[in-house]
Write a protein that binds this ligand. Structure first.
Ligand code: SF4
Length: 398
């Protein structure tokens, strides 16, 4: 077998013979060892679709957006829940954003959920005669899918190849890693992936694009793993340059991880005299947009946490509170920062809460809190609040 490729910064040329070998070996491996259980990639009877057979694009669209920045194992229960609540485009069209965020709650990167909701109308208009129950009536071009917010080339390519078995190439983080090792080429700076797109385009099996793209994703997820690739089981072992040079761990090049910034957030669980609890809804265009939370904010240098809560609630809601006992303190890591939440029970002293830095504020009964979508960091606060209310120490502010 010949491992010779033509390579420069912009291009990587694979001979027709090697393309044939790479396609055939990957497809054979996929048939024997691939993930054939992914529910949106199989027919209703549980069988794999035949060549050219069209699958329903709706569940594939939802799954592909959920899979952006999230692994399959995490996505599966959320996707199942979604399909129960919004089994077709029409239920999604008839929903409000709160219902969508509620189903998405815990999956993170909430802008994806908001964009799906925003896109539903546009998509409906793109479907021939608005016949959304007929998979053949759905759009099947990159141009149409990429016109939706948050849908890039790879998500669109994956939807089209998975649903319609049409030849559209894909490139996600796992696939970049495989190509980087196959070609022994360090990952290029973010956003400059034309080198890897050219490989994806060259390798794509135009006769069986759905099978080939799924096989490629499975190879990255199951065999060419980030830390310990299982090269002895890899169908591409004989043509892989990194393997030939025993340099698998050098590709792709990893940037040195920066230490995450750390902040302390003071949070107030504010009760009014009726025993209701104050919650506010985050602005749509910020992180965790549209979700509800207990009010609070960042602790300033030299400030006590009680002062932080008093100041933040005055600045953001225009209310004065008496800060009482600490309910819970815990740390929560996001992809870009680490936060320590210090949560205190508070009593409203004066003022009528106004959404000065949020979309909406509400007094909610404790038993109704479960019907609002909260960010996952708030799950610990809600649990602690439940215990506090059951403990009988309610309105003990000392
Ligand atoms: S041989 Fe190893 S490093 Fe190369 S593509 Fe296969 S699993 Fe990845």
């Amino acid at each position: 077998m010949d491992r010779t490729y033509t390579k420069n910064r912009k291009n990587f040329s694979i001979s027709a013979k090697n393309i044939e070998i790479l396609q055939a070996s990957l497809t054979a491996w996929f048939k024997a060892k691939g993930r054939h259980h992914i529910p949106w990639k199989i027919r209703a009877d549980g069988e794999l679709p035949g060549s050219g057979e069209i699958l329903d694009p709706y569940p594939i669209w939802i799954a592909e957006v959920m899979l952006q920045q999230t692994q399959l194992g995490v996505v599966l229960p959320y996707w199942r829940k979604w399909m129960k609540v919004f089994p077709s485009l029409i239920e999604l069209l008839n929903s409000d954003q709160q219902e969508v965020l509620f189903v998405w709650q815990g999956l993170g990167y909430y802008s994806r959920a908001r964009r799906i909701h925003q896109s539903a109308n546009t998509l409906y208009d793109l479907i021939v005669n608005k016949n959304y129950l007929d998979p053949k009536a759905w759009p099947n071009t990159l141009e149409n899918w990429m016109s939706l917010p948050g849908i890039g080339r790879t998500t669109a390519g994956s939807i089209i190849s998975s649903a319609f078995d049409l030849p559209t190439s894909i490139l996600d983080g796992n696939i970049i890693r495989v190509f980087s090792r196959l070609t022994a080429t360090a990952a290029l700076p973010k956003g400059k992936f034309e080198f890897y797109w050219s490989i994806s385009n060259q390798l794509l099996d135009e006769e069986n694009p759905r099978t080939f793209n799924q096989a490629l994703m499975d190879l990255g997820a199951l065999i060419c793993k980030p830390r310990k690739p299982i090269c002895c089981e890899c169908p591409w072992e004989n043509l892989c340059l990194a393997y030939a040079e025993n340099k698998q761990s050098e590709f792709p090049l990893h940037s040195v991880r920066k230490k995450l910034p750390f902040e302390t957030i003071g949070v107030g669980i504010v009760f009014n005299l009726e025993g209701e609890i104050l919650i506010d809804q985050r602005l749509d265009d910020g992180p965790l947009g549209g979700l509800w939370e207990f009010p609070g904010g960042k602790q300033e240098l030299g400030e006590s946490i009680e002062s932080t809560i008093e100041r933040e609630l005055m600045e953001e809601l225009g209310i004065q509170v008496q800060v009482g006992q600490e309910l819970i303190a815990f740390e929560h890591a996001y992809s870009h920062k680490k936060l320590r939440f210090v949560v205190h029970i508070c009593q409203l002293i004066s003022g009528d809460p106004k959404p000065l830095a949020s979309k909406e504020v509400k007094w909610a009964k404790a038993e109704a809190l479960n019907s609002y979508p909260f960010p996952s960091a708030n799950a610990s606060m809600l649990d602690a609040l439940k215990k506090y209310l059951h403990s009988g120490t309610f309105i003990n502010l000392s």
